[in-house]
Design a protein around this ligand. Structure first.
Ligand code: HEC
Length: 251
């Protein structure tokens, strides 16, 4: 192999390397991969688990008796709304809120009477009682909205229309300003659906005749996908407020 042959080999090896380096640079210019930092989908209702930190503390976790089992139980049940078993206790299952009819059927008017004491700072509840900051609430269940004689209602409530069905009252008492924006009833609302049901059961006793409770909804597994709203009972509820047909938002 003479000198000229060796030169040819070196030149071809060198130019091959140059071509590879150039092609790599050019490909990098054309395609720039951009890897996402976050998970591309979110699982409803499940708080994100910081797997990296769980992994870092894994030996510590497994050193504590029971803790590894707890973590594994959590992961196994993550899609079943079952919280991990607390030490020495039973699993806590997130309880769905029953519908108003079911709550009313089990409501306690006596508890409701005590709860109604907060209303007493603004309302009278007896037959023929005077209007105070708010109107008298005797026989309010089934009464047309904003219809008590001698009370100056806000435009929001007097323009509302319909009657105080159980559903409408339930929505209103959960958050008056949310249910009727612009109402002058400055009351934060009762967050607990059972407290509201007790109160409604008590309000139902105030009046000459009691408006029948809405029927409890059938058990969830029997419910049709397009469930119709429970039939509205009662001669005392001629109109139904528009808010009632809207899906109830859990407070
Ligand atoms: C801080 C005073 C205040 C408190 C407390 C209060 N209300 Fe009221 N309430 C009012 C006022 C004021 C109105 C009139 C609202 C309007 O005109 O927008 C009203 C209106 C109402 C209405 C509509 C009456 C109608 O004739 O249409 C109902 C029902 C009602 N309140 C129930 C209750 C209940 C039940 C409670 C207790 C859980 C309660 N309120 C607590 C001030 C209050």
């Amino acid at each position: 192999m003479d000198r000229w042959e060796r030169t040819k080999i070196w030149v071809s090896v060198g130019s091959a390397c140059a071509v590879i380096a150039g092609a790599t640079w050019f490909a990098g210019m054309v395609v720039s991969p951009d890897y996402p930092q976050r998970r591309g989908y979110a699982v409803e209702g499940v708080p994100p688990v910081d797997l990296a930190s769980a992994q870092r503390s894994w030996p510590v976790l497994s050193a504590q008796p029971g803790e590894r089992a707890e973590l594994l139980g959590y992961i196994a049940n993550i899609d079943k709304a079952v919280l991990p078993v607390p030490a020495g206790g039973a699993a806590v299952v997130a309880e769905p809120v029953p519908d108003l009819g079911t709550l009313l059927a089990a409501a306690d008017p006596e508890k409701g009477r005590r709860a109604a004491q907060v209303c007493g700072s603004c309302h009278t509840l007896d037959n023929g009682g005077p209007n105070r900051v708010g109107p008298n609430l005797w026989a309010v269940v089934g009464r047309p909205v904003a219809a008590h004689a001698g009370f100056a209602y806000s435009p929001a409530l007097s323009g509302h229309g319909g009657a105080w069905s159980y559903q409408a009252l339930d929505q209103f008492l959960a958050g008056p300003a949310r249910a009727v924006p612009g109402t002058k009833m400055s009351f934060a609302g009762l967050r607990n659906p059972r407290d509201r049901a007790n109160l409604l059961a008590y309000l139902a006793t105030l009046g000459p005749s009691r408006l029948p409770f809405p029927a409890p909804a059938p058990a969830p597994q029997a419910a049709a996908p397009a469930a119709k709203p429970a039939p509205q009972a009662g001669a005392r509820a001629p109109g139904v407020p528009a808010t009632q047909t809207a899906a109830r938002t859990a407070p």
